[in-house]
Design a protein around this ligand. Structure first.
Ligand SMILES: [Zn+2]
Length: 346
């Protein structure tokens, strides 16, 4: 019996579902796009129609414009399109992030977008979805990547902030504005001191708060009462792009740190030129990727971005799966931890 036709194929515009005539996280403008989450390498401007989770609406509109033609689904809700059954399932990555489940002609395919296994309290926890074929990321697909637990991570961040506050110096923590910053605001011990955020972070905080996520109260540097004395015990959250800018100069004698999965590597930390590195990622680590892939029960796996060759080889040789690469444009030069890629994976 011939193999059934693939439910997702690769086109110059992105991942394409032929029977449904739609794309998943396309990198070029298309008529119909299903969007896994609002990070800029997955959610681009210019599509004719967007389908995403309802909790992605706020971040998508904040980033792509209030008027984008957007249709939303809840997790597990099903939609029929050209005879293809589409549903979204939690990816545990950022607010509203979803895996896309496609069912047609007796086959089930799942495209995961980006995902993370440990629950972090700021988005619905990852859910394994059974499927015949799984399309996975591999951002941190090397054995060296093993994340500390949420508890260990926040114990470390709190201890650093507490020690700086006791010494009277601001704690500047560089982190991506969408996802990381909100995890930090949810997880830190807010009794240690005030929290000040960069202007790039606050609009995303507003979207999270509107969705009911509990974030610590935040101040802007321009708020009344934010003076040198207050800043001495403050935690300051800013995007990596703020490093070395005049904005940073107002935090006298500060200690700085960077929160990223790449901080697992000493070289990446050194290149960042910060006092501390906290190993924190919105992506699955190496054991997490293996666990997630096994839990789908899939016999075919496509790997989209990150350490693709390593994961493909491991899945073929260690798991005996039919694994191959999809050449995509995810994770290239965009905010979602992609920047650490250059040279640090060697
Ligand atoms: Zn992402």
């Amino acid at each position: 019996m011939p193999a059934p036709p693939d439910l997702v194929t690769l086109r110059p515009e992105g991942l394409y579902c032929p029977p449904g005539d739609f794309y998943i996280d396309p990198w070029r403008p298309v008529d119909r796009a299903v969007i896994t989450h609002a990070h800029s390498d997955h959610a681009r401007a210019g599509h004719g129609h967007y389908l995403a989770h309802s909790l992605s609406a706020g971040t998508l509109r904040a980033r792509l414009g209030a008027a984008i033609p957007l249709q939303t689904l809840e997790y597990g809700e099903q939609l029929q399109h050209h005879g293809v059954r589409i549903s979204l399932h939690p990816a545990g990555h950022v607010l509203g992030s979803a895996q896309v489940r496609i069912e047609h002609g007796g086959q089930v395919w799942v495209a995961s977008g980006d995902y993370k296994l440990e629950a972090d309290g700021t988005c619905a926890p990852f859910e394994a979805v059974r499927c015949d074929t799984f399309i996975t990321e591999s951002t941190f697909g090397l054995p060296v990547y093993r994340w500390p637990s949420q508890r260990e991570l926040f114990d470390d961040i709190d201890a650093w902030w507490r020690a700086n506050a006791a010494a009277g110096r601001p704690s500047v923590l560089l982190c991506y504005a969408f996802g990381k910053a909100q995890r930090i605001l949810h997880g830190v011990d807010r009794s240690i001191g005030p929290i000040v955020v960069h202007g790039a972070v606050e609009p995303l905080n507003a979207v999270y708060r509107e969705a009911g996520v509990d974030l610590a109260p935040t101040l802007r540097v321009t708020d009344p009462g934010v003076d040198a004395k207050l800043l001495r015990t403050a935690l300051v959250l800013a995007p990596p792009s703020a490093q070395g800018t005049p904005w940073m100069r107002r935090f006298a004698r500060h200690s700085d740190a960077f929160a990223s999965g790449w901080m697992q590597l000493r070289g990446a930390r050194r290149r960042r030129g910060v006092d501390r590195g906290f190993v924190m990622s919105d992506h699955a680590d190496w054991p997490g990727l293996q666990q997630a892939i096994a839990a789908t029960g899939a016999e075919r796996v496509f790997v989209t971005h990150g350490s693709v060759a390593t994961l493909v080889r491991w899945l073929r040789e260690e798991r005996g799966l039919d694994a191959q690469a999809f050449e995509t444009e995810y994770g290239h030069g965009h905010e979602d931890e992609a920047d650490g890629n250059a040279g640090s994976a060697a």
